[in-house]
Design a protein around this ligand. Structure first.
Ligand code: COA
Length: 176
């Protein structure tokens, strides 16, 4: 799957059954805290959020969803609140392509200075992807989320405007 075969479109209320089914999928649940439908409805409506459906592959079927928060943040600090893909499309490069599109959206279109997220410590797969895409670990919120067997920590990761610009430059030079 190449980056060009992945795109984002604004989520509509009619997409919410799909969104909730992806979020509730047993394979995804250990890594996220599912939202109520009303929270998704709010994120579609409120200008501080951007809620997108990920479309990937031939014919661009829906492959997952992403949510940005802090799009109106006075400190220009935009959060990647959620990224969840259908299990069937995972580990094929779609997540990486999304992270690149989202970083570009955050820094170029939303004018972010900082693009950040938190990720559960047990989610080593997502951490590897974020690190590889230029996010830097900033700290840990120890035992801050409940799990079936106790607690897990959240790792805060972020990328700054100048770090993203350097990465884009590096990729351009690599492609030249
Ligand atoms: C996390 C997620 C968005 C990543 O998207 P993806 O399309 O599966 O990931 P990609 O195929 O783009 O893989 C990118 C990198 O992730 C890491 N990765 C992917 N699958 C992995 C696996 N099974 N084990 C370890 N690392 C893995 C690798 O670093 C990989 O890079 P590589 O292909 O060069 O080795 C997706 O797997 C997902 O929706 N997971 C469930 C929900 C979730 O964890 N969301 C994030 C919450 S913070």
């Amino acid at each position: 799957m190449t980056a060009t075969s992945v795109r984002l479109r604004p989520t509509m209320t009619s997409d919410l059954d799909f969104v909730i089914s992806v979020e509730q999928d047993a394979a995804n649940r250990p890594f996220i805290t599912p939202w109520e439908r009303t929270q998704h409805e709010g994120a579609i409506r409120f200008p501080d959020f951007r809620h997108f459906i990920v479309e990937a592959g031939a014919g661009y079927p829906s492959a997952g969803f992403v949510i940005l928060q802090g799009c109106r943040n006075p400190h220009r600090s935009v959060e990647l609140k959620r990224i969840v893909l259908l299990p069937a499309v995972q580990a094929r490069g779609v997540g990486r392509a999304c992270i690149r599109l989202l970083a570009q959206l955050a820094f170029r279109d939303l004018g972010a200075h900082r693009f950040w997220l938190d990720v559960k410590a047990l989610n080593v797969r997502a951490q590897a992807l974020y690190r590889d895409e230029g996010f830097v670990e900033e700290g840990r919120l120890r035992e801050s989320v409940r799990t079936d067997s106790g607690y897990d920590s959240l790792i805060v990761m972020a990328m700054l405007e100048h770090e993203h610009a350097a990465l884009v430059q590096q990729r351009l030079q690599g492609a030249a």
